[in-house]
Every structure is written in C-alpha cells, then in structure tokens.
Design a protein around this ligand. Structure first.
Ligand SMILES: CC(=O)SCCNC(=O)CCNC(=O)[C@H](O)C(C)(C)COP(=O)(O)OP(=O)(O)OC[C@H]1O[C@@H](n2cnc3c(N)ncnc32)[C@H](O)[C@@H]1OP(=O)(O)O
Ligand SMILES: O=C([O-])CC(=O)C(=O)O
Length: 457
C-alpha cells in the first residue's frame, strides 16, 4: 500500500490562539537595529569591514579573497580555496579522467597529506567495508515517517545510528575517526535511500540497490539512484568533481562552525554531524542550490523574453523587493560571506555548465542564467554600494546536476555527502586542539524589573 502525505493536518493549523500569542511575542521582542552599533556587536560574527571575526585556527581548509594594504584597506581578490595548503582546483585537475578523487580529497582533509596509491587503496577499502547500514535500517528508520525533506530524513538516520553504536559517546580520537569514516561512507546511502522513500511516498515504485564495494562514492551514488543502476562516465566524473569542490570551505562556514561549536561541548559524533546537517539545509547556506533552481523556474515562468535585459532586471528587482518568488528578498546563488570577487568553485562549475549546456542543447537556459547572474549582481552591487560581488558555488551547481538528470530533492543532500569530509576533519581538529568550550557573549538589552505576583498582573 502507498501512503500519502496528509496535507490537511489539523495539527499544523495556525489557529487564532497561535496568532494571538504571536502578537504577544511581537510586543516584547523588538530590538532597535541601532543598538547593535551602540554595543559594537559583530553581527553575523563579521568585523566592520566584512571580514569574519577570527574565532579559531585550522590546518584543514583556507579561503583567500582579499589582500590588505598597509593602511589596513581591504582589496578584493579572486577567491582561492586551499585544502591542507593545496589549491582545490589542482585536485580536480590532477585526477581528471584518470581516477575518482573525492576519496583522495577526504583523505587529504583528514590526514593532511595526499595519499600514496597504497594508502588510497587501503582507505577506499576501509570506506567500502563501512558502506552498509544496520539490518532493517531502511524499513525501521528511513521509511518510518513521511520524508518531507531528505535533509531531515538523513539527519534522523544519522541520529538513530547512535543507537546501533556500542561506543556512541566515546570521544577518543580513534573512536571518533571510526565513527566519522562510517558516517562518511554511509552518507550517500542515507541520501539515496531517503530519496527512494520519498519517491515511494509520491506513489512511485520502490527499489533499493545496495552499494558496491569496488565503486567510488560518485559511482555508488548514481548506481543506487537509478532503477537500472546505469550511469555514464561523464556523469560519474562530473559528480566526483562536485564532491571534491564541496568537501570543505574552511572552519567558518555555517555548518562547519556549527560542528566546532557543538563538538566543543564534548558531545558525540552523531549529534555533531546532525547539527551540521541542520545548518547546511538552510537556504542561505547549502540549501541555496535547490533554491536557485526553484528561483530559475520562477524566472522562466514570469519573464517573457529571456534575452530582454530590461524584463530580467524588472523581475529580479521584484524578487529583491520581496514582491516575487519566495519573498525572502534574496537572489539565490549570488553573494558570499567571504568570497569577494569570485568563488573559485563556481568558476570550475562554469566550465562544466558551458560544456554540458552545449552538449544537451540548453544554450537558451544558459543564456538566461548568464543574464540573471550579470543583472542580479549589478542590482545587488548598486543596493549595497559595492564594486564587486561574487557568484557562489550554488548558482550553477543545480543546473549541472539537472543536466546530469539528478532529481532536485538530492541537490542539498549531495552537498552533505561531500561536506561530511570537511566536518569530520574539523571535528577531529576541534577535539585535538580546541579544548575550550565555545561560548561567546550576548548583551541583554532588557531592563531589570521586580517580579509581579499573579493577582497583580
Ligand atoms: C555554500 C554556500 O553557503 S554559498 C551561499 C549560498 N547562499 C545563497 O546563495 C543565498 C543568497 N545569498 C545570500 O543570502 C548572501 O549573499 C549570503 C548569506 C551568502 C552572505 O550574506 P552576507 O554575509 O550578509 O553578505 P554581505 O555582508 O555581503 O551582504 C550585505 C547585504 O546584502 C544582502 N545580500 C547579500 N547577498 C544577497 C542576495 N543574493 N540577495 C539579496 N540580498 C543579498 C545581505 O542580506 C546583506 O543585507 P543586510 O545588510 O540587510 O544584512
Ligand atoms: O563559506 C561559506 O560561508 C559558505 C560556503 O560557500 C560553503 O560552506 O561552501
């Protein structure tokens, strides 16, 4: 029997009582934006000049996006991303066409050196031996509740794996390493099985393929996804590149910083990775890749002539004015908290997009993407009084995945399949060198006042 989501669920109703409580909440919860300046709050943990507040040291990943003059002025630069000191684009180039390199990237991030052929083989065998979920896990955990969002289903899976571990709370480095490798290995399985459960909830037939030990993460992902287990070499290799590029972005990105914060409390690996998943899902972070696709669908529907820059500008202005699309006021895929001029990962994706769009005859859409990118950036730079703004990795990644025939539900989970490598490396680092509970300060702007007894309120 196929179960369907119950869309008219009285439990989810916004009742008059909830609305009244929300009004009550609004009366006492306004904080004047001017106070942030007055108290010198580093909003979003950002310094006045836009740079992130320095909150830690790491050897894992590094972003370079500006230089500083003698007078302490910031000069924006093309972005660079280094994994353990190595330009991430070199990892893509170094392996291209010869071998899958996500596993090698994960090894580098974790252990700090590129593996030799023997080390890589042993590492891949280790991952392959872990790439299996406990008996009946799919039935008992993944299928248990309506999979409305794959990221949440995966998160539940990760949290439940805690119950199958004999040493779940042991934060000794060898035990944490074992847990991280097992989770890294199981992440694609969790993502695809969550997707299959979701398809089934939509009335499609259910099929579950087991991963094959001799295949790479990218190949297994595609094999488990498709009913006939088929994939082309181009698909698997493009996916491998995507995984390499998403594996880390330094210690300060929202999901990795979350990992540092949560790890510093001494909690277990499952909780720390689930917390990072919660962060990554957000549309201003990893969730932006599927939001870009939804936004582009919306633009395609509402902009009459895709080549008319005026029409595109009008619609993007409506988006920015919270008058169109999801009314968040955001043009997804544009802007970045740290990259100033360019995001190097986006530049790699751009080459794949151009190649795939030509091969698949989707140049019209590519031209629309280019228009949205160019005009969206102009509009944003005018509003923010900036002379540069970067397109981020999420702008083109979804389009690449779509041209590879990947379903949109899997775009953010795919990010998690890659980023767990970085989260793991940062968790190990936090445990070994952090050693201090991360605990910043919030200034309370409420007046002190006496308690009022119930009969006098
Ligand atoms: C893998 C990743 O996580 S990459 C990022 C993916 N996210 C997106 O693509 C969502 C769209 N982009 C954004 O929301 C932002 O650019 C972020 C969240 C990535 C970075 O935001 P910030 O660190 O605040 O960037 P910055 O300081 O340059 O922004 C200045 C102002 O411009 C706004 N802004 C920045 N980018 C955008 C955008 N794409 N659309 C609308 N407004 C934007 C910010 O909200 C901020 O407004 P505020 O001053 O009212 O707070
Ligand atoms: O660094 C950030 O803030 C977001 C990002 O691009 C990433 O995590 O890949």
């Amino acid at each position: 029997m196929v179960w369907k989501e119950n869309r008219e669920n009285a439990y989810c109703e916004i009742t008059p009582a909830i609305l009244a409580l929300k009004e009550q909440w609004e009366k006492k919860n306004y904080i004047d934006p001017k106070l942030y300046k007055e108290y010198n709050v580093k909003r979003g943990l950002r310094d006045e000049d836009g740079r992130g507040v320095l909150t830690g040291l790491t050897r894992v990943g590094e972003i370079q996006s500006y230089s500083v003059t003698e007078g302490e002025h910031i000069i924006p630069q093309d972005g660079m991303l280094y994994y353990r000191g190595i330009d991430c684009r070199e990892l893509v180039k170094g392996s291209e066409g010869r071998r899958f390199a996500f596993e090698e990237t994960a090894y580098l991030l974790l252990f700090g050196e590129l593996p030799t052929a023997a080390q890589l083989e042993a590492f891949c065998q280790q991952l392959a031996s872990y790439r299996t979920l406990p008996t009946n896990f799919f039935r008992d955990v993944i299928m248990k509740a309506p999979p409305r969002d794959l990221m949440n289903t995966m998160q539940r899976g990760i949290l439940t794996l805690f119950c199958y571990d004999d040493k779940p709370n042991d934060i000794g480095l060898e035990n944490v390493l074992r847990q991280c490798l097992q989770l890294m290995s199981n992440m694609p399985v969790l993502a695809i099985y969550a997707y299959q459960a979701w398809r089934f909830s939509q009335g499609e037939s259910l099929f579950i393929h087991v991963p094959k030990p001799e295949l790479s993460t990218a190949e297994n992902f595609l094999r488990m996804l498709r009913e006939d287990c088929s994939y082309t070499d181009l698909e698997a290799r493009t996916l491998d590149v995507a995984l390499i590029l998403h594996a880390d972005n330094g210690g300060g990105n929202n999901s990795t910083f979350t990992n540092h914060v949560v790890t510093s409390s001494g909690t277990d690996t499952y909780s720390a990775i689930a917390a990072s998943m919660a962060s990554l899902k957000g549309p201003r972070h990893g969730g932006a890749n599927s939001k870009v696709m939804a936004m582009m669908d919306d633009v395609k529907e509402h902009v009459r002539d895709w080549n008319d820059e005026g029409c595109v500008a009008d619609y993007l202005t409506r988006i920015l004015n919270k008058d169109a699309f999801d009314r968040s006021g955001l043009i997804y895929g544009l802007g970045h908290a740290v990259y100033t001029k360019t995001d190097p990962r986006c530049e790699v994706f751009r080459a794949y997009v151009n190649h795939l769009a030509a091969e698949k005859g989707r140049e019209d859409e590519l031209a629309l993407y280019a228009n949205v990118e160019k005009i969206g950036k102009q509009l944003l730079m005018e509003r923010q009084h900036k002379s540069v703004l970067s397109t981020n990795i999420d702008f083109y990644s979804g389009f690449v995945y779509e041209m590879l025939g990947l379903p949109k539900e899997l775009y953010t989970p795919l990010f998690a399949v890659a980023r767990i490598a970085g989260w793991s490396a940062h968790r190990m680092e936090e445990l070994s060198v952090g050693g201090k509970l991360i605990r910043p300060r919030y200034e309370c702007v409420e007046e002190h006042r006496p308690y009022t007894s119930m009969d006098r309120r």
